[in-house]
Design a protein. Structure first.
Length: 368
């Protein structure tokens, strides 16, 4: 609650975001005082699978220094399947919680947020951000350049280091806990239930070795997740280039990370392995991954992280290659997807399964 200003009504449908609502929101955010929004024009942007993003152009009744002429709003998906998945995994709750409680405590660049609000019972939510254009969204299908991957590693260290091994994170219920038995068993059951459909859809493009790894992963999912050990930190959980905006010669921050619906509390190396395994095309990843991993590790150390040895980091990285397999199988089957979405998941399957096989991750699924 902003002192002296009433909290705006929760509007979770972009069609309901009218001039009065924007006036109320920007007053709540201390952007407006007497001025009012008198015209709004919205258009859908982006390629999100779990929500819908709109850019709004705003007109005021008078000149206002510092008031945004465009903003971006994020709303629930109109697809029932995606909304059901979001409720199951608390993705909307997590993203709103990130902007309400976590964003100001970490150093990674994120968009300024004017409003973050949710009704956890219904899943209705809204997020209203600064418009980061002319920055442009990364393209998961094409993959990223090495220079973009280096920026991503720098920003990842800026996310993880400030709350590295922070015990207060365990008190934030919506962040979840990597070692809790019940969620681990639930995720294993979900993966095993979705695996046959994944094999039908994407299996023909995978090798016999990759399919065998995916099958074994389902059998030993609970043990793999339960073996996760501190130090823990704030994790993004879906750190990939579709969730990044890169600056252009016309302007924008060098890199801004968005889509915090999968934020969690766990091993930071999971984010690093997930990005490296899915960002660059496979040949580029194989040529540059150790340099990228080292850049991330050095970034942690440079920001004050101690007691995390390089050999441990690399072992954790190899084990963490399976995080991409988990995300690919589950997300590809529970998220409503258009033609581009199917192509994106196909690219993720190719890259993540190859990554895990390259690092012989199946050895982490064998009985001790």
């Amino acid at each position: 609650m902003v002192e002296g200003v009433a909290k705006p009504q929760l509007v979770s449908d972009p069609a309901g975001a009218d001039t009065q609502w924007f006036t109320d929101v920007l007053r709540y955010a201390r952007v407006l005082e007497e001025a009012r929004v008198v015209d709004v024009v919205g258009e859908r942007i982006g390629t999100g699978q779990m929500g819908q993003n709109f850019a709004f152009s705003l007109t005021y009744d008078r000149p206002v220094a510092g008031a945004p002429v465009t903003v971006v709003g994020k709303f629930p998906s109109p697809e029932a399947k995606s909304r059901q998945a979001a409720k199951m995994f608390r993705t909307y709750e997590r993203e709103v919680g990130f902007y309400q409680e976590i964003a100001s405590t970490v150093d990674i660049r994120v968009p300024h947020c004017y409003l973050a609000d949710i009704d956890v019972d219904t899943g209705d939510f809204v997020l209203l951000f600064e418009d980061l254009r002319p920055a442009v969204q990364g393209d998961q299908l094409a993959g990223c350049s090495v220079a973009q991957a280096e920026l991503a590693m720098d920003e990842l260290a800026a996310l993880h280091a400030p709350r590295w091994d922070d015990p207060t994170l365990s008190k934030i219920a919506w962040l979840g806990q990597s070692e809790d038995a019940e969620p681990n068993e639930m995720i294993q059951r979900v993966y095993q239930g979705l695996w046959p459909g994944f094999v039908v859809q994407f299996g023909p493009a995978l090798s016999a070795e990759e399919l065998a790894l995916g099958e074994a992963f389902g059998t030993h999912m609970k043990e793999w997740r339960s073996a996760s050990a501190p130090p823990y930190t704030v994790t993004h959980g879906d750190y990939r280039i579709d969730n990044m905006l890169f600056g252009t010669k016309e302007g924008g921050y060098p890199l801004t990370t968005v889509d915090w619906q999968t934020i969690g509390h766990g091993q930071g190396i999971m984010d690093a392995a997930y990005f490296i395994g899915n960002g660059p095309p496979v040949p580029d990843r194989r040529a540059h991954e150790m340099d990228l991993l080292r850049r991330y590790y050095d970034g942690l150390c440079g920001r004050g992280v101690t007691g995390y040895e390089w050999d441990k980091c690399f072992l954790d990285y190899r084990r963490a290659t399976l995080a991409g397999v988990l995300m690919t199988v589950v997300a590809s089957q529970v998220v409503a997807s258009d033609e581009r979405g199917v192509a994106m998941f196909a690219a993720m399957a190719e890259r993540h399964f190859a990554h895990a096989v390259d690092h012989n991750a199946i050895e982490f699924l064998r009985p001790a």
